[in-house]
Design a protein around this ligand. Structure first.
Ligand SMILES: Nc1ncnc2c1ncn2[C@@H]1O[C@H](COP(=O)(O)OP(=O)(O)OP(=O)(O)O)[C@@H](O)[C@H]1O
Length: 294
């Protein structure tokens, strides 16, 4: 598959904090998931790729354009849709007014064509009926859809979504996943999330970051396969497990290095993710702390 976005050796520090450390990646058309614990550098990476924050070192290209030059940056921005972690809504705007405002910022100056585009994206995210409602009157799920609609203005080839499903209930999340999957048809989408199910259900590729570095890049199946033979069931908590918890059936589910003769279980993507963090030497404490119950 053709590479649409590629980055090489990206580094960025905030004072003494190394937020990105030699990050290289390649994206192709479709939805790529970006997983990582709090503070891994996900938002920083997305902001760099969205040209909202300049990196200290390294380079990247988006759809053949190099944002290292003023001209290239403008070309990248024209092809970019960005849904930030906290979209800056004005709550008294209607959904239509907000998306229209974003369309103006995206250089759409012709009023009639712009309004057609605003109606098109609000339709695409299923908000045609409520486009005249004020944003403060909309549910959290609808607000996120307004933000996605705004990101889709101008039909961008590269869509950057920073934790768009956070705080949504399961039904809204499912609805949002459908929209992201639709948006990923023919587009390059980079989706930062803490939800491993988002990645398992939506993504054709996944990146795992920890401590500012990319720790894994591959398919969801390859990430899951990292936990093959490393998840097992036991009646008592296994002290050798990296993480273990009592499940609803009363038995323990353990992740780590199983003892001989252990009853192995089918791994999930989350197991592969946890073991990847453990291998990175950055997540072991968190994994044990969160996962183990006596
Ligand atoms: N504006 C800032 N000034 C100083 N340090 C920052 C700033 N933004 C982020 N950091 C630090 O940089 C590191 C990476 O943060 P970043 O927000 O990119 O991580 P993240 O993976 O998106 O985390 P989360 O999942 O919590 O959103 C963290 O150590 C964070 O505390």
């Amino acid at each position: 598959m053709t590479t649409t976005v590629s980055a090489s050796g990206i580094g960025l520090r905030y004072g003494g904090t190394r937020a990105l450390d030699d990050v290289s990646l390649r994206l192709t058309t479709g939805v790529t998931g970006l997983l990582g614990p709090n503070g891994a550098g996900k938002t920083t990476l997305l902001r760099v790729l969205a040209t909202a924050l300049p990196a200290d070192r390294g380079s990247f290209t988006v759809l053949g354009h190099d944002p290292g030059t003023a001209r290239g940056r403008q070309e990248v921005r024209r092809r970019l849709g960005y849904l930030p972690q906290t979209p800056g809504f004005h709550p008294d705007f209607t959904a239509f007014e907000f998306v229209d405002y974003v369309a103006i910022l995206k250089e759409m100056t012709g009023r009639a064509a712009r309004h057609r585009e605003v109606r098109r994206v609000l339709d695409e995210v299923g908000l045609a009926e409520v486009r005249g409602k004020r944003i403060r009157k909309l549910s959290g799920g609808m607000r996120q859809r307004v933000a996605l609609g705004a990101a889709l203005v101008g039909d961008p080839g590269f869509l950057v979504l920073d934790e768009p499903t956070v705080g949504l209930d399961p039904e809204q999340r499912m609805r949002f996943r459908e929209l992201i999957a639709g948006a990923g048809e023919g587009r390059t989408v980079l989706l930062s999330t803490h939800q491993t199910e988002d990645v398992a259900m939506l993504c054709h590729r996944v990146l795992v970051m920890a401590g500012g570095r990319v720790r894994f890049e591959g398919t969801p199946a390859e990430l899951t396969a990292r936990a093959a033979g490393r998840v097992w069931s036991s009646t008592e908590r296994d002290p050798g497990a990296r993480a273990g918890w009592r499940t609803g059936t009363g038995s323990f589910r353990n992740v780590g290095d199983p003892p001989d003769g252990a009853e192995l279980l089918e791994p999930t993507l989350e197991d592969g993710y946890l073991l990847t963090l453990d291998g990175a030497g950055t997540g072991a404490g968190a994994i044990a702390g969160e996962g183990v119950s006596a």
